[in-house]
Design a protein around this ligand. Structure first.
Ligand SMILES: Nc1ncnc2c1ncn2[C@@H]1O[C@H](COP(=O)(O)OP(=O)(O)O)[C@@H](O)[C@H]1O
Ligand SMILES: [Mg+2]
Length: 258
């Protein structure tokens, strides 16, 4: 079997006259932590939106484990284990951290959970199982002390960790992280970084992450893919990216954090 988990082929996506993705092709290897960098507006978030079913491409194809998923809806992809976090965290502010995890849609019974919670003993048992799972996730990410905190009260970085935690409530195969490190302080960034590595190594998660902080990318990602004007400009190790003339000219020169 091939070790390519996600294959993006010749994707074009325009918004009116603006071509956000322009014949974009790339592969994400199973078990990799693939980094995506590129200037603002180069199409990174659009790429994630197209892969994870939040936007339909104009043309091109996307494959997951060799199966074409180009026009799958995001909930279908979710059930295949393709998950994403958003550039802007989207927690339920009025719920506690543990409640935020417990409402992540699981199987059918899980989805009915909220409606039947008080009526059905069997559901109650499932509720306990989901709660146990949520506790396990919080422990894995070392944030169990936050379990009863209102999600709206979390710091920016803690919200990012909660986003990551949500992806662990189901059997994720690949997680797309959109600027999970943005605006996060150094200590928390280290926690996030360790969690990503641990999920990659212990749970076999594949990651594809958009990030501006080149140090953060360098520590975690191989390969690093550079997007420019909606297509792939370069792909290589972080070291190779740093040394590539074309990348330096088009991007690194313009303010990447070294
Ligand atoms: N929903 C949308 N409607 C119109 N234009 C969009 C939309 N999403 C993105 N764009 C445009 O597409 C280009 C790529 O955006 P985006 O994928 O968000 O870039 P990046 O994440 O690399 O900063 C930008 O010019 C942006 O303004
Ligand atoms: Mg973006």
């Amino acid at each position: 079997m091939s070790n390519i988990l996600v294959k993006v082929e010749n994707i074009v996506k325009s918004f009116g006259g603006l071509v956000a993705l322009n014949d974009c092709s790339l592969d994400i290897k199973t078990n990799s932590i693939t980094g995506i960098i590129g200037p603002n507006g180069s199409g990174k978030t659009t790429l994630f939106n197209v892969i994870t079913g939040n936007l339909k491409p104009d043309t091109g194809n996307i494959f997951y484990n060799g199966i074409e998923i180009t026009n799958y809806e995001s909930h279908e992809l979710f059930h295949l284990g393709i998950l994403r976090t958003f550039q802007i965290a989207h927690e339920f502010t009025n719920m506690t951290v543990i409640e935020n995890l417990m409402v992540v849609p699981g199987d059918q019974k899980g989805e009915k959970l909220l409606y039947s919670l008080l009526y059905d003993k069997k559901i109650k048992k499932e509720d306990e199982e989901i709660r146990d799972k949520a506790m396990e996730v919080l422990q894995f990410l070392k944030i169990e002390h936050l379990k009863n905190e209102r999600a709206g009260n979390l710091s920016g970085g803690q919200k990012k960790l909660l986003e990551l935690a949500r992806t662990m409530m189901v059997d994720a195969k690949i997680v797309f992280l959109d600027e999970v490190g943005a605006g996060v302080n150094k200590t928390l960034l280290k926690d996030i970084s360790e969690s990503i590595l641990k999920l990659n190594q212990d749970k076999g998660y594949t990651f594809c992450m958009i990030e501006h902080d080149f140090n953060f990318i360098s520590e975690l990602c191989d390969p690093v893919i550079v997007l420019a004007e909606g297509s792939v400009l370069f792909k290589g190790t972080a070291q190779e990216v740093k040394q590539n003339e074309q990348v330096i000219e088009s991007y690194l020169g313009k303010g990447i954090k070294k």
